[in-house]
Design a protein around this ligand. Structure first.
Ligand SMILES: Nc1ncnc2c1ncn2[C@@H]1O[C@H](COP(=O)(O)OP(=O)(O)O)[C@@H](O)[C@H]1O
Ligand SMILES: [Mg+2]
Length: 258
């Protein structure tokens, strides 16, 4: 059964994109078939996974085609392959930044992505991971409506909790209306270091989310930046603590779904 998972937090820089690529590659290394979707106009995942980020069509073309604002595009035509990471992904581009505008007058605009993903090609994957944009707008609504679950990366720094209630409220709203299947799979502590702030935030996350806090935490390490620059997942480095942590996260996720 295909699981569609949104990696979401409206805060930028918390590790959504890093988690999407590395969790995806870690799942693939466990023999799962995985598709990544870049749903952020900043296209960071596209740049991370691929070397040429100017190729069309993208997820933006797919959404526009679905509402008749351009050529109708088939999802197969949007799926790219990252040779370095041995993983498939649907890229994004800056045109997605106008999604709020061009979807404004469209009926059932929250279910567009769900309708696009409702086909046998998508169902043939074990996992589809959606890298969300940092906002609570129509793109996030689309991601959450199309998903079975959400992973929320939280940077263990001051103000980590800011905005989390707004996000969990939206998740609850979508669950109680258009997507009853939606669940928070887990909260992921990222960029953990030895500071007291980091320790306190983890304790607070445990209190607030209990079992929903992943046991695996992702530490802060400069290798993350090196990985982005090399377009190569940490899980494929010969030696990487972060890579091992993302592999442990993949195991936790697989266990959660047995
Ligand atoms: N565990 C980590 N340790 C150190 N730097 C990290 C880590 N995870 C991500 N980063 C870096 O932090 C920045 C933001 O991460 P990113 O995954 O792009 O966040 P988001 O998608 O939430 O905006 C990037 O430059 C990334 O390389
Ligand atoms: Mg990102």
């Amino acid at each position: 059964m295909c699981k569609i998972i949104s990696i979401a937090n409206q805060k930028g820089g918390v590790g959504k994109t890093t988690t999407t690529l590395n969790l995806g590659v870690a799942l693939a290394l466990q023999g799962k078939s995985v598709l990544l979707i870049d749903l952020d106009p900043q296209a960071n995942l596209t740049k991370y996974a691929g070397i040429d980020d100017s190729e069309r069509p993208t997820i933006s073309d797919l959404l526009k085609g679905q509402i008749g604002m351009g050529e109708r595009i088939y999802i197969e035509g949007c799926i790219r392959y990252s040779h370095i990471n041995d993983i498939e992904y649907i890229p994004s581009d800056i045109n997605l930044a106008n999604a709020d505008l061009y979807l404004a007058g469209v009926l059932s605009r929250e279910t567009l992505l769900k309708r696009i993903l409702n086909n046998d090609i998508i169902k043939s994957y074990d996992y589809v991971l959606i890298d969300c944009n940092p906002s609570l707008g129509v793109l996030l609504m689309n991601a959450l409506t199309a998903s079975d679950g959400v992973i929320i990366p939280v940077q263990t720094q001051d103000f980590a909790f800011d905005g989390l209630t707004a996000l969990t409220n939206i998740i609850a709203q979508i669950k109680s209306t258009i997507n009853p299947e939606l669940e928070i799979i887990g909260v992921l502590a990222t960029m953990v270091d030895n500071t007291n702030v980091s320790k306190r935030v983890i304790e607070d996350l445990k209190k607030e989310y209990g079992d929903k806090l992943f046991k695996t935490v992702i530490h802060r390490a400069t290798q993350a930046v090196e990985s982005t620059n090399k377009h190569k997942s940490l899980c494929l480095f010969t030696k990487s603590k972060l890579g091992d942590e993302y592999k442990a996260l993949a195991n936790e996720l697989i266990q959660a779904y047995i």
